[in-house]
Design a protein around this ligand. Structure first.
Ligand code: SAM
Length: 302
């Protein structure tokens, strides 16, 4: 190159952009593995299995169509599992997933991953929406990112249009349009959690389910629990920021991550917030995973 000037073909540019997104996704996935000792995969598998998307109690047929909204979907870990379970495990191709996130770059990484990893039939049942979980009336179809990067080099074959009526693009995700709302490792980042819960209730159909997987509070009443809690605190407050610095050259983000986990309400407090938003819950309203390091909360819209 001369003084930074170079001629790059469109194809080369697209390839480079794809490379950047792939490496972001890979380092994101690697960090998740390092920080949780790979547990996040087990938790995500369990979360989706417990929701059993696409399952019809009445047998096959009839197969009930389902619209699932995955909020703070990031790079697609939950959306892809939901599609696989519904389409492959439960043999129900009438399940569609709208994957949404506030961050366009994360969603774009998700779209590239979908193109590489999902069969065409599953891509066709997946759409991407940019949305702040606190106000889903402003949800919009994913704008290609960067702006000139309109075609995926991985030949993404899925839907470019959101599943909600594009004619309602001014009202975002409509009232009572969703059967299942999922959010995994996202809600603790929201600045107004009650507002997000109210939006969840608004977009769900009556009988629809809110399901959340999030870091939670280690159950420390048991002697082994107390030891585990001490090790866990040491791990999270010392090791995770250090790993963030070494692996991602970004100590501050990982420091924030640990603090946001510590700040997030306890299992009971969060269950009470779900009740306050007008959901009904079964039993305790939550399930602890790995001694409370993470928990699944569920609520039904009456
Ligand atoms: N659900 C994915 C998973 O489990 O792998 C991604 C989780 S990632 C740790 C958290 C995501 O929350 C990020 O992609 C971030 O952009 C998104 N997020 C943060 N605040 C948000 C908000 N107010 N509304 C929607 N998404 C948000």
């Amino acid at each position: 190159t001369h003084f930074g000037f170079q001629t790059v073909t469109e194809a080369e540019k697209r390839e480079r952009v794809a490379g950047v997104f792939a490496s972001v996704a890979e380092s994101y996935d690697r960090m998740n593995d390092l920080m949780s000792f790979g547990w996040h995969r087990v938790w995500k598998d369990h979360f989706v299995a417990s929701l059993n998307p696409g399952f019809s109690p009445l047998g096959d047929p009839p197969r009930a169509p389902q619209h699932i909204l995955d909020i703070a979907g990031g790079t697609g870990d939950i959306a892809f599992r939901l599609l696989h379970t519904a389409h492959v495990v439960n043999g129900n191709p009438d399940v569609r997933v709208t994957m949404s996130d506030i961050n366009r770059a994360m969603l774009t990484v998700g779209k590239h991953r979908a193109a590489r990893q999902l069969p065409a039939s599953q891509q066709a049942a997946l759409s991407f929406v940019e949305a702040n979980a606190e106000d889903l009336t402003k949800a919009r179809p994913l704008v290609p990112y960067p702006p000139d990067h309109s075609t995926s080099p991985d030949e993404y074959t899925g839907s470019e249009q959101p599943f909600f009526d594009p004619a309602t693009a001014t009202t975002g995700i409509p009232d009572a349009s969703v059967d299942l709302y999922t959010v995994a490792f996202g809600i603790r980042n929201f600045s107004n959690i009650p507002a997000a819960l109210r939006e969840a209730r608004r977009v769900l159909k009556p009988g629809g389910v809110f399901a959340c997987l999030e870091f939670s509070k280690v159950v420390s009443s048991h002697p082994a629990g107390a030891l585990f809690d001490a090790v866990y605190k040491e791990w999270s407050f010392r090791a995770i920021p250090l790993i963030g610095q070494l692996v991602a050259a970004d100590r501050d983000s990982y420091q924030y991550l640990v603090e946001s986990i510590a700040r997030f309400p306890s299992q009971d407090e969060f269950r009470d917030m779900i009740l306050d938003a007008g959901f009904v819950v079964a039993g305790d309203g939550y399930e602890n995973l790995t001694g409370g390091v993470a928990a699944i909360h569920k609520g039904m819209k009456p």
